[in-house]
Design a protein around this ligand. Structure first.
Ligand code: ADP
Ligand code: MG
Length: 263
């Protein structure tokens, strides 16, 4: 028994070594076949590894929190086509290296949906990285100053799915716009991206202070992309409405229609 356990450990099957005792006991009590016993033992190892790999990818993804679509109240946001979001949650668009852009005013659930899809991608075995536009720029600028841009760049280029949250909250300068352009180019038709923005595409030129650059970014970004434009009320206001605050509805700055953009 000890020798078998030790061999399992030496072969890197640590979990099977741990459950060997219990599986032998189960086999004895249930009179299962040799094959079934072996299958159950290997399943222990394989389940353990899948779970550990998922946990590691979740940690590496830097998701700010865990959200799921089951927690999303589609009735509160009737402007969203639930079927479209459920279809996106199959992640076939990620496997096709397409992009998703979520547009809309603050609080309508852009980050919630982006995070939910990211969690699903991690569950499906994909590598994911989540970053806000501000943090992305800070990080790349610092890396550049410290002469390690190349290494840092890979963090954003490599993952099967890159989520860039909150584009449009801060004004971008020329250098920032250029970095975004290079990133979009590097991932173009190679890796999927989910972007969220409170600014409609028509405002991206002003956001970057450079209309041709914004046009070039959008041209690649939207070549194979799904756009979800959420026009509803802020969910954050919901609880405040209940407590009797006077709310001015958020203005809808995102100007393009929902659906698949392909031009
Ligand atoms: P946005 O990114 O569009 O500004 P968030 O996704 O951060 O908005 O949503 C703000 C908060 O409200 C989050 O805690 C989010 O989970 C929650 N939320 C937004 N919309 C919904 C919804 N339809 N159902 C449930 N929770 C929601
Ligand atoms: Mg957000």
């Amino acid at each position: 028994m000890e020798q078998t356990r030790l061999m399992l450990e030496n072969l890197g099957l640590g979990q099977a070594a741990i459950t060997l005792d219990a599986q032998l006991d189960h086999a004895g009590r249930n009179e299962i076949t040799y094959l079934e016993f072996l299958n159950r033992l290997l399943m222990d190892e394989s389940d353990f590894r899948r779970k550990r790999s998922e946990e590691t990818r979740l940690k590496l993804s830097r998701l700010p929190m865990k959200k799921t679509l089951d927690e999303f109240d589609f009735k509160f946001q009737p402007g969203i086509d639930e079927r479209q979001i459920r279809e996106l949650a199959t992640l076939s668009f990620v496997h096709r290296q397409e992009n998703l852009v979520l547009l809309g005013p603050p609080g309508v659930g852009k980050s919630h949906i982006a995070i939910s899809l990211a969690v699903e991608a991690i569950h499906q075995g994909l590598s994911v990285y989540f970053v806000s536009m501000d943090r992305l720029l800070d990080d790349l600028r610092r890396a550049d100053n410290e002469g390690r841009l190349y290494r840092r760049w890979k963090v954003y280029q490599r993952p099967g799915l890159l989520v860039i949250d909150e584009i449009g909250y801060s004004q971008l300068d020329r250098a920032a716009g250029n970095l975004l352009f290079q990133l979009v180019c590097a991932r173009y038709e190679k890796g999927s991206m989910i972007l969220t923005s409170n600014k409609g595409f028509g405002e991206w030129g002003e956001l970057m202070g450079d209309v041709p650059l914004a046009t070039a970014i959008l041209d690649r970004l939207l070549h194979h992309a799904h756009v979800v434009n959420i026009r509803g009320q802020s969910y954050r206001m919901k609880t405040r409405m209940k407590s009797g605050f006077n709310i001015v509805p958020p203005s809808d700055s995102a100007g393009s229609a929902n659906g698949m953009v392909n031009y």
